[in-house]
Write a protein that binds this ligand. Structure first.
Ligand SMILES: Cc1cc2nc3c(=O)[nH]c(=O)nc-3n(C[C@H](O)[C@H](O)[C@H](O)COP(=O)(O)O)c2cc1C
Length: 277
């Protein structure tokens, strides 16, 4: 572990293979949040826009922000409606999300085009999309121009979630379906792995907590090393028996770099890789 963790600045970049990212695209580095389908109704017409630029802003009062590009049809609609609903889709709606993001409510009625089922909200006129897993209804309390976007600040009036996938505190990773996350471009993701981070108790000395975390990390890398040695041991036995070993498949399956055989005894078995094709 590096000394910089304790406060002194890093003297070297963490990795030599750094890519320069255009500042205009740098917000993509924050990708991975859940997709929100923002709905609004004005003069009897409803529209829906997929967004990824949204953020909680306050608990008391409960506020959230959604950033819409100023030229969007939805931006006008939310401004007029004075309220909106956030619908959180699951993986099942991934294709709909891409489709809804390619159309404008200015040209087409997206609810008619997609035949999405909706139900009535408790506090706003905006439709709630049935196939979603959580819904938040907001009244717009402020609009702030942020460059080419308009940040709508919504006061949360009501929120509901599918109890089979949300336990009142967090989404349940092992439920049949979880929210859809946006990674950028046409890439989406879902929760695949969850784990609990150890939180220090109030009375723990920070140095002692850090020290034990370092020890845990070391223990984890020791376990990985032991696992690698165990797998190499198994491979060595296979080779001893004269069996053929496909290194490319093994490398990708086990995450082990076998190189040109590494510390395996190749005298009896056969390594099958690029070198003998
Ligand atoms: C996954 C995804 C995330 C998006 N995020 C945003 C966003 O945060 N803000 C925004 O203004 N547009 C965003 N868009 C683009 C709009 O959804 C898209 O331009 C849409 O067609 C606008 O609809 P409208 O013309 O009916 O308002 C996103 C699109 C997709 C597919």
């Amino acid at each position: 572990m590096n000394e910089s963790m304790f406060g002194s600045p890093l003297s070297t970049a963490p990795n030599e293979d750094l890519q320069t990212v255009d500042p205009i695209m740098a917000a993509r580095l924050l990708s991975g949040g859940v997709v929100a389908l923002v709905t609004a109704t004005w003069r009897g017409e409803s529209n829906v826009i997929p967004i990824s630029w949204h953020t909680p802003l306050s608990s008391k009062p409960p506020l959230l922000g959604v950033a819409l590009e100023q030229s969007r049809y939805s931006t006008d609609m939310l401004s007029h409606a004075g309220e909106f609903a956030v619908n959180i889709p699951t993986k099942e709606l991934a294709n709909h999300v891409g489709y809804l993001g390619s159309l404008s409510g200015e040209d087409i009625n997206k609810f008619e085009a997609t035949q999405l089922d909706t139900f009535s909200g408790r506090r706003v006129a905006a439709p709630l999309i049935s196939d979603c897993c959580a819904w938040i209804e907001c009244e717009i309390v402020e609009r702030i121009e942020t460059g080419d976007h308009l940040l709508f600040i919504g006061l949360i009036l009501s929120a509901q979630a599918d109890s089979s996938i949300y336990d009142g505190d967090s989404f349940l990773p092992n439920s049949a379906t979880t929210p859809l996350h946006f990674l950028g471009g046409n890439s989406y993701s879902t929760l695949r792995e969850t784990f609990e981070a150890r939180a220090p108790g109030g009375s723990d000395a920070p140095e002692a907590v850090l020290q034990s975390m370092l020890e845990e990390d070391l223990e984890l890398s020791r376990e990985a090393q032991e696992k690698k040695e165990e797998e190499l041991g198994k491979l060595a036995k296979e080779l001893e028996k004269g069996n053929i070993i496909d290194t490319k498949t093994l490398e990708s399956e086990l995450g082990i770099d076998l190189g040109s055989g590494g510390n395996l005894d190749l005298s009896k078995g056969t390594l099958l890789d690029d070198r003998n094709i």
